[in-house]
Design a protein around this ligand. Structure first.
Ligand code: ASP
Length: 340
């Protein structure tokens, strides 16, 4: 019998309406389990570990990522796969973070949640959870995991975690992976795409990275952005890294003051990475003249990475191996970006 560890952090999937104001709050795991007896009735053995208390994912912090990753690492040998229940709001951040924290992962770690609480009749909770459990347990004839990656399973698709973004606060298809195809689709059968899966070196042991440096910022450009705003961000005390959200293929206003501010920040040792504000497509610095200044200032290309993946990768590299952060931000570590 395959064994899966279900780690619950909270999120809508575990929530009930609070008496009085009617707002959704996480219930406890006993209440949750009572809604899904199927969890323990199939041919996969499921054990549960839960955050205490369960939380809304707006309250997720790097400490929470550390806790989740440690739960996986501590029980790594005892289970075939792991499912992490998580609120959808910051799921892409957490799942991206874990994809970088769990180096040489050889087993599935599948994040899921739901748009409606488990106790609501039309809830998407059961389908998401039960399919995620099945995917986490799935192996080939030799006993190797089919998808040994950190993933998000939602509605009917399995995505590489560090390629996802929450795109919808209303519909059941809450996530998308704009720049990389789904690793599996679930219909009557679950159809896997093995050629798209990232496999770690099977002989390398799982290595856990847990140190984050949160002295980072996201600077989103817009027409009319003022020097004072850019200066305030780039002169933030202790700042070490910036996700620069640019236009189109990685373009920025050609104002001299912007170039000077960015160049001065890079010279002060701040790492700045160019991420397009578009969901689909890649940064291509040098394609337009309006991106040449960024190149001259020493801004790195983030290619087609998501903001969630770039931010968590930056925080982890700055925390774990600052001397290599710049070099590794320009490289694809575990399938998070496509470098042509
Ligand atoms: N606010 C909830 C959370 O992220 C939303 C959800 O789970 O869908 O925890």
């Amino acid at each position: 019998m395959s064994k899966v560890l279900l780690i619950s952090t909270g999120g809508t999937i575990t929530m009930v309406r609070e008496d009085g104001n009617g707002a959704l709050v996480p219930a406890d795991m006993e209440t949750f389990k009572a809604f899904i007896p199927e969890l323990f009735a199939g041919n996969i053995h499921v054990d549960i570990q839960a955050f205490d208390p369960l939380i809304d994912s707006s309250d997720i912090r790097p400490e929470s990522w550390r806790k989740m990753a440690k739960m996986v690492a501590d029980h790594y040998d005892a289970y075939d796969g792991f499912v992490i229940l998580h609120g959808t709001d910051t799921m892409s951040y957490s799942a991206s973070a874990l994809s970088f924290m769990l180096e040489n992962l050889g087993k599935p770690v599948i994040f899921t949640g739901s748009q409606l609480p488990v106790g609501v009749l039309r809830s998407d909770a059961k389908e998401n959870l039960l399919t995620a459990i099945e995917i986490a347990a799935e192996q080939d004839e030799e006993g190797n995991a089919l998808v040994p990656e950190v993933c998000i399973y939602f509605e009917d698709k399995l995505f590489r975690a560090n390629r996802t973004t929450k795109r919808n606060a209303e519909h059941f298809s809450a996530f998308n992976s704009y720049n990389y195809p789904a690793l599996a689709k679930a219909g009557v059968h679950i159809t896997y795409q093995p050629h798209l899966v990232h496999y770690s070196d099977p002989n390398a042991p799982l290595t856990l990275h847990t140190e984050f440096d949160t002295n980072v910022a996201i600077l989103k450009l817009f027409p009319g952005i003022q020097p004072a705003v850019v200066k305030a961000i780039l002169h933030t005390r202790g700042l070490r890294g910036v996700v620069l959200e640019t236009f189109g293929a990685g373009n920025a206003p050609s104002d001299k003051w912007l170039y000077r501010e960015l160049k001065a920040a890079v010279d002060r040792g701040i790492i700045i990475v160019n991420k397009t504000q578009c969901n689909t497509g890649s940064v291509e610095m040098g394609l337009y003249a309006v991106s040449l200044n960024l190149m001259k200032a020493g801004v790195l290309s983030g290619y087609d990475i998501t903001t969630e993946a770039l931010l968590t990768k930056m925080m982890l590299l700055l925390g774990e191996m600052p001397e290599r952060a710049k070099e590794l931000l320009g490289k694809d570590i575990c399938g998070e970006m496509t470098i042509d």
